[in-house]
Design a protein around this ligand. Structure first.
Ligand SMILES: NC(=O)c1ccc[n+]([C@@H]2O[C@H](COP(=O)([O-])OP(=O)(O)OC[C@H]3O[C@@H](n4cnc5c(N)ncnc54)[C@H](OP(=O)(O)O)[C@@H]3O)[C@@H](O)[C@H]2O)c1
Length: 249
């Protein structure tokens, strides 16, 4: 019988790690969770902490083509039945476009866009009917964002791509849910602010990782298209639909 698995990218910290912890408590019909990120020790620690579901550590850089090819070969060899794919790996770098480095810019596009699309394309043939894909985008996807231009554009791509994919997959009953959090208290914030103090308004609306992930899992289970945690980000979403985006730039 085929192994029923869950695949989580970005499992070594923040939301990816929290998805795994919460799934470990509630999954009953899955044989294994595949944990993907570069930091092997972090993944091994998480694997060791899991009480209910077996985990497999896949320490890899999903921006690296040859590592991705090895991942695809593993899928071909194992022929698993993927019940849930969570693309949580992502990176942001705030700052004026002309003040951040080319490497930082390309890395955001490579990870947030290219790797997410590639992993989705590689895993899709192994997904069962009535399974789920969770794409972690951001509330930054809702409109262009000054001094976060490339990141916001990369997340708009994720949102647009995921909505269209959801429509394409309707008949297969593979449900795509796009998660659009506002600021969440993870390593992401220190990386994106490059060690600088967070802006006061952002600080005010920064949420904890647990409820964002709990809501995302519930929304995916309910087959929802979007998962937006908390009133402030819901308000941003509504504002992005009814107000000219230039007002916010
Ligand atoms: N925190 C926020 O404020 C916030 C808000 C909205 C949306 N998001 C989005 O939420 C998602 C999760 O972010 P987070 O807050 O949980 O941040 P995080 O704690 O920094 O987690 C990012 C994860 O991505 C992994 N990763 C980075 N580069 C990778 C690569 N080349 N190959 C494989 N894995 C890689 C990291 O693992 P390794 O370093 O071990 O590889 C880590 O597990 C991201 O897509 C982010 O854009 C975050």
């Amino acid at each position: 019988m085929k192994k029923r698995i869950v695949i989580v990218t970005g499992a070594s910290s923040g939301m990816g790690q929290e998805f795994v912890k919460q799934l470990d408590k509630c999954l009953k019909t899955v044989d294994e969770i595949w944990l993907i990120a570069r930091r092997k020790e972090r993944l091994q620690e998480l694997q060791a902490s899991m009480e209910h579901v077996q985990a497999r550590v896949l320490s890899m850089d999903i921006c690296n083509d040859s590592e991705l090819n090895m991942f695809e070969s593993l899928l071909q060899t194992e022929q698993p039945q993927v019940r849930l794919l969570i693309n949580a790996a992502g990176v942001g770098r705030a700052g004026r476009f002309d003040a951040i480095t080319r490497n930082e810019i390309i890395n955001m596009i490579d990870l947030n866009v290219k790797a997410l699309v590639t992993v989705t394309h590689m895993v899709l043939p192994y997904m069962a009917r009535r399974s789920n894909i969770i794409q972690v985008a951001s509330a930054s996807a809702f409109m262009p964002q000054k001094e976060f231009a490339v990141y916001a554009a990369s997340k708009s791509f994720v949102l647009s791509f995921s909505k269209a994919l959801r429509a394409e997959l309707k008949d297969t009953r593979i449900f795509v849910t796009t998660v659009c959090p506002g600021p969440v208290d993870t390593e992401f914030l220190a990386i994106s602010n490059a060690g600088q103090e967070q802006k006061p308004l952002k600080k005010l609306v920064t949420g904890k990782v647990e409820p964002v992930v709990t809501k995302a899992l519930r929304d995916a289970k309910d087959g929802k298209e979007l998962s937006i945690y908390g009133l402030p980000m819901k308000a941003v979403w509504v504002a992005s639909k009814v107000l000219p985006h230039n007002l916010f730039l």
